[in-house]
Design a binder for this molecule. Structure first.
Ligand code: SF4
Length: 400
């Protein structure tokens, strides 16, 4: 492939959430089924009864960003990586119901045994960030890096929030997965593999440009000029050969539709309006926002920081709204507010509602498996290599 042609990957068709089918991506797919009506007053009781009937045969995982109506039925709550490991630690449960999004259920399928089935209650629960790096686009970008003579000095690092296909790509090309907790360690490992932070090597960071930039600049001491953004919709990623040659971090042009929308203006408004407020944000937020925050951390770190703060403390929190609302309920002695007026729930996380959970559980009681998530064995094997490299990183914990 020459380096001056447009990306070979076909443009992704627009899908209305929950309609149409595109199983190559994380995006909304049809979720046909005989769902209970959302207005059914017995939904809570039905979920309880189905779970009790299934007993130890089912293990329900709930991501921190899930609705409260769903999280109340979770056997364990956590971030994506913790939940995948929790699933792997329950080999006796034949059914894992994953209340989260598609890439998380894929990771759980990769880390659990062949005898276990992972179920996503609504197949339309994808992740827009994961969708921003389709495997065809990434393969195409790698070919262009090869043609430019750069790939052999580049190691891919992918965030947990990516499809199994992207994790497999990373595994095949000597790279690792990272979480928002161990991104620094993962980048240090990657740079060591390609010649050290001050050497010639480069990292291709997928798919969240903000986590990549925040970690490289704030934690590894690279400069903003060391980072370039690869735009998969432009020829050569929209970069000149000189820009690519000079870069240390090649950041994929992806972002979280929730965290990427918090603004500098919102931080300044909060500081003006709430005396003594502390701002805590997730590293998926934009660099300028993260620079202004008092604290930056993964979902687990945000929870721990607020839990450890004394009554009377005021916080504005830049992460998903379901979690912020629960924190405010859990710690009434503190003033806890959502950072941005114009940001709403993660729409795909919110796809998993009580009717879908009841449907998935009652179907299991009737010995029917709905919405199983099965990763192709070769993809799973390659992705497992990248996941295992992450697990071998020093100090890697289960926190994301
Ligand atoms: S909060 Fe962001 S990264 Fe998480 S599932 Fe939603 S879009 Fe994806």
């Amino acid at each position: 492939m020459t380096t001056d042609t447009a990306p070979a990957s076909a443009p992704l068709p627009l899908l209305v959430l929950g309609q149409g089918t595109d199983l190559r991506t994380e995006r909304g797919v049809e979720c046909p089924g005989d769902l209970p009506a959302p207005s059914d007053p017995d939904l809570v009781e039905r979920a309880r009864a189905a779970k009790a009937a299934l007993g130890d045969r089912v293990f329900v995982l709930g991501h921190h960003y899930q609705r409260s109506e769903v999280i109340q039925f979770a056997d364990v709550t956590g971030d994506s990586f913790k939940l995948a490991r929790e699933a792997a630690a329950r080999p006796d449960a034949p059914y894992i119901v994953f209340c989260g999004v598609h890439f998380m259920a894929e990771s759980a399928d990769i880390l659990t045994s062949d005898e276990q089935t992972v179920i996503l209650p609504d197949l339309a629960a994808g992740c827009s960030m994961a969708d921003m790096a389709a495997i065809a686009q990434v393969e195409d970008a790698w070919e262009q890096l090869e043609a430019a003579g750069i790939a052999q000095r580049t190691i891919p690092v992918t965030y947990m929030n990516s499809s199994a296909a992207i994790k497999a790509f990373t595994g095949r090309h000597g790279g690792t997965v990272c979480t928002s907790s161990n991104a620094r360690t993962a980048l240090e490992w990657a740079f060591d593999e390609v010649g050290g932070v001050v050497g010639e090597g480069k990292v291709l960071f997928l798919p969240d440009q903000h986590l990549g930039r925040n970690t490289a600049v704030r934690e590894l001491g690279l400069s903003l000029d060391d980072c370039v953004v690869w735009d998969p919709h432009r020829p050569n990623g929209g970069l000149t050969p000189e820009q690519l040659a000079g870069a240390r971090m090649i950041l994929w042009r992806g972002h979280c539709s929730v965290h990427g929308r918090f603004t500098v203006d919102a931080v300044e408004t909060a500081r003006r309006e709430i005396p003594g407020v502390k701002v805590i944000v997730h590293p998926e937020c934009q660099y300028e926002v993260v620079q202004l925050a008092d604290e930056v951390g993964s979902t687990e770190k945000i929870i721990q920081t607020i839990a450890a703060a004394p009554d009377g403390t005021a916080w504005v929190v830049g992460t998903e709204l379901n979690l912020v609302k629960r924190l405010a309920e859990q710690f009434p002695g503190q003033r806890i507010a959502f950072l941005e007026k114009n940001v709403c729930y993660c729409s795909t996380m919110n796809r998993i509602d009580l009717p879908h959970l009841v449907w998935a559980l009652e179907s299991l009681v009737d010995r029917r498996v709905v919405n199983p998530i099965t990763v192709d064995p070769q993809v799973a094997a390659d992705a497992r290599i990248a996941l295992d490299r992450m697990l071998a990183l020093p100090g890697t914990t289960h926190k994301d």
